[in-house]
Every structure is written in structure tokens, then in C-alpha cells.
Design a protein around this ligand. Structure first.
Ligand SMILES: Cc1ncc(COP(=O)(O)O)c(C=O)c1O
Length: 388
């Protein structure tokens, strides 16, 4: 096409999620199980008072100001790194602030991969990995998150640099999480490869996981010199900060001079892409973590408990009516198992025709329990099963 770059991606860009979300919003009788955001029991987007009471205190000048640097405000980077790593990582690390977890994943891909390099990610996963792979001309290999042998075979099938995305705990959309023992096997495998490996851990939903979800971070203290670990953190879910666009990319490697070099590379990318981030947002999150953490963690735990109650009810009722879903640990979503994507398309439409709005994913249909209050969850599994 005229004017634009030669290797333009000409496929029409249709955001399937936002299309269904908008249809759901227009249906007053509909069950909206589309949104990947946590809603309260009153059906409103849940916001943390501990965060937004401080947000209200940032001054117009702070809101209007540019941030300290393209890589973010020092206090925010320190606070978010401590929040994510919780003292578990003693190995060398550094971080930059990013626009959401998406910005962190973008930074990781842009700084580590060239055109035609390969990216490995879960077969049933967040659609944006695919969008980025297409956008950056990458080859893709997908793996089954339930089968470590499949993952290891896929890793072995890459000739040059391995770039692996793991979205655990609370994988979107499956809700799958690796156990500590599985993480150990993955790190042992990556440590044993005799080539460069970048492991990108997408931990967007980690704050809603149960059972010591951060223990696996300790494994990054014993990594091979050929392994670069990148952690993509998102403030969206953790602080209910979806539209404020904040996150962080944390890099871990045995060589401290490499970390300095890498963060410098990320800073240049940040300067040339978004240039600057939400200053008052960074001040607010740093402030929350430093001065309001007790109230924040209390609210976060309440939010977690609210979500767990919905999940438990859905699972109990789905089991009773034998509605099949993918094996699930924790998280915002449950995904109905549908190996055949043609059937999935028909069924997804049938649900919409019956005012139940969900999201299509590869081999399944995602039900966002995060956005459906308990009274709506009650009976939902049976309604879905009856339509099937
Ligand atoms: C798996 C996964 N990773 C990362 C993100 C990034 O979110 P954000 O850019 O809002 O931080 C999302 C958001 O939905 C997600 O589902």
C-alpha cells in the first residue's frame, strides 16, 4: 500500500475481544463474561481505595509533568521491583517502567529478537502474543502448558536463540499454574541448553494466585550464564490500574554489567517509542507500596477471596452438570474445552444469541469470572450446558 512501510501487515486488524465486549455492553439483559478486569459484586470495575485515595492527592503539576526519565521514576522502579521480587532474587537484576505488562512484553521482544527469529508461547494463550509475533515478523512455535515434555521438545526444535514465554501462574485464559517442582524442571532444562535462552515470565495475574506463587522466583538465583530471565509485571490487575498503563520489565542475569547494558538498551527503546510514562501513576503506586501497603494488601486479599468464591461456585456447578473445562488452578478466567474450533464458533454465537457474552480462544471459550458477580455466576454453568 502507498505511503506505508514495505513489509506492512495487510490483514485487517479486528480486535475480537473489544467487539464482543461492546456487544455485551449494549445488551441490558446480557450476562457479560467478557471483560478481563475484576468487577465488584455490585457489577462495577473494582478499584482499590488504598490506591485511588492517594491518586487523588497527586497535584495537577505532578499529573502534568513528564516523568523523571524514559525508563521511569526511580522510586516507582524500586518499589515495583521489591513488590514483585519480594527479596527472593539475590542474583543481579535491573528494571525499567513500562506502559502495562504489554509494554514490558513488547520491550522484551523488541530488544531480544530480530525479524524471522522464533518465539515459543502457549498454544492456548493471550491473543496479543500472536499479534506481536505477526507485527514483528517472528516465527512462532506453541506448546501445551499441561505437558512439560511437549514444551521441552519444542525448545529443542529451535536451532538458534530460544525465546520462551511462560504465563504462569493463572495463565490467561486457562487459569493454569506451574508447580514449584515443574518450574524447577523448566529451569533445569533451560540451564542445560548450550545456547542463548531468553525466558520471559508473564506474571500479569500473579497477585490473584494462591499457595506461595512467588516461590519459583528463587530458582533465578541459580541460572546458567546463557540464560536471561525477563519478568513482565503489570500494574493493571495488581492495582486495578488498567487504563493508567503501568507495568515493569525486570531483567535477571548472572552478569551485572550485562544488566546495565540491557537496561540501557531498554531505556533507548522506551525513549524512541513512548518516550515517557504516566508520572502521577508512578508516584501513586510507589506511594501505595511505601506508605499504604497494609490497607492495599488487605483490599487485595479481599478481592482475591471474592474471585475465589465465584470460581469455586462455578466449578462446583460445572462439575454437577458435567460441563467440561480446562484443568484450572487460579485466576480471572475459566475456559470451556472445545477441541473443534468450528463447533466453538457456532457455540459462541449460540451463547450470544442467548445473551451470554464470552470470548473465543483457541480450542475453547473463555468465561471471565472476574467480571461476573456471584449472583450471576450462580446457575451460569447449567445455562451454558443446557445450550450445548
Ligand atoms: C496474559 C496477559 N499478559 C499481559 C497482559 C497485559 O496487560 P496490561 O498491558 O494491561 O498490563 C494481559 C492483559 O490482559 C494478559 O492477559
Amino acid at each position: 500500500m502507498k505511503f506505508v512501510k514495505k513489509n506492512e501487515n495487510t490483514k485487517p486488524y479486528i480486535d475480537s475481544i473489544f467487539t464482543v465486549v461492546n456487544a455485551a455492553k449494549k445488551d441490558p439483559d446480557g450476562i457479560n463474561a467478557t471483560a478481563g478486569c475484576l468487577y465488584s459484586e455490585e457489577g462495577k470495575l473494582l478499584t482499590f481505595n488504598s490506591v485511588y485515595s492517594l491518586e487523588g492527592k497527586t497535584t495537577p503539576t505532578q499529573k502534568a509533568s513528564y516523568a523523571q526519565s524514559p525508563s521511569g521514576n526511580k522510586e516507582y522502579i524500586e518499589a515495583i521491583s521489591d513488590f514483585v521480587l519480594e527479596d527472593k532474587v539475590k542474583n543481579n537484576h535491573g528494571a525499567i517502567a513500562t506502559p502495562g505488562g504489554t509494554g514490558a512484553i513488547y520491550t522484551a521482544i523488541k530488544t531480544c529478537l530480530d525479524d524471522n527469529d522464533t518465539i515459543i508461547y502457549p498454544e492456548i494463550s493471550w491473543g496479543n502474543y500472536r499479534v506481536m509475533a505477526d507485527e514483528f515478523n517472528l516465527n512462532t512455535i506453541t506448546y501445551d502448558v499441561y505437558d512439560l515434555n511437549d514444551l521441552f521438545n519444542k525448545i529443542d526444535s529451535v536451532d538458534n536463540k530460544v525465546f520462551l514465554i511462560i504465563n504462569s501462574p493463572c495463565e490467561n485464559p486457562l487459569g493454569h499454574s506451574y508447580t514449584y517442582d515443574e518450574w524447577k524442571q523448566i529451569i533445569d532444562k533451560l540451564n542445560s541448553l548450550n545456547k542463548e535462552v531468553v525466558l520471559l515470565c508473564d506474571i500479569a495475574y500473579i497477585d490473584y494466585a494462591n499457595d506461595d506463587p512467588k516461590r519459583f522466583l528463587e530458582l533465578f538465583n541459580n541460572i546458567s550464564d546463557d540464560l536471561l530471565v525477563l519478568i513482565a509485571a503489570s500494574a493493571s490487575k495488581a492495582f486495578s490500574y488498567y487504563g493508567q498503563r503501568l507495568g515493569a520489565l525486570i531483567a535477571i542475569n548472572n552478569d551485572s554489567s550485562f544488566i546495565d547494558h540491557y537496561i540501557n538498551l531498554c531505556s533507548r527503546l522506551a525513549r524512541s517509542t513512548w518516550s515517557n510514562l504516566n508520572n502521577s501513576g508512578m508516584i501513586t503506586i510507589a506511594n501505595t507500596l511505601l506508605n499504604n501497603s497494609e490497607e492495599y494488601f488487605k483490599e487485595l486479599n479481599e478481592a482475591k477471596a471474592m474471585l475465589k468464591e465465584r470460581v469455586n461456585l462455578f466449578v462446583e456447578q460445572a462439575d454437577t452438570c458435567r460441563l467440561e473445562y480446562y484443568r484450572f488452578n487460579d485466576g480471572f478466567f475459566i475456559t470451556l474445552k472445545m477441541e473443534n474450533n468450528d463447533f466453538r464458533d457456532d457455540f459462541h454465537k449460540r451463547l450470544m444469541d442467548n445473551h451470554i457474552y464470552t470470548i473465543k480462544v483457541n480450542k475453547g471459550i473463555r468465561i471471565a469470572l472476574c467480571s461476573t458477580p456471584l449472583k450471576v455466576v450462580d446457575g451460569l454453568a447449567k445455562k451454558v450446558k443446557d445450550l450445548m
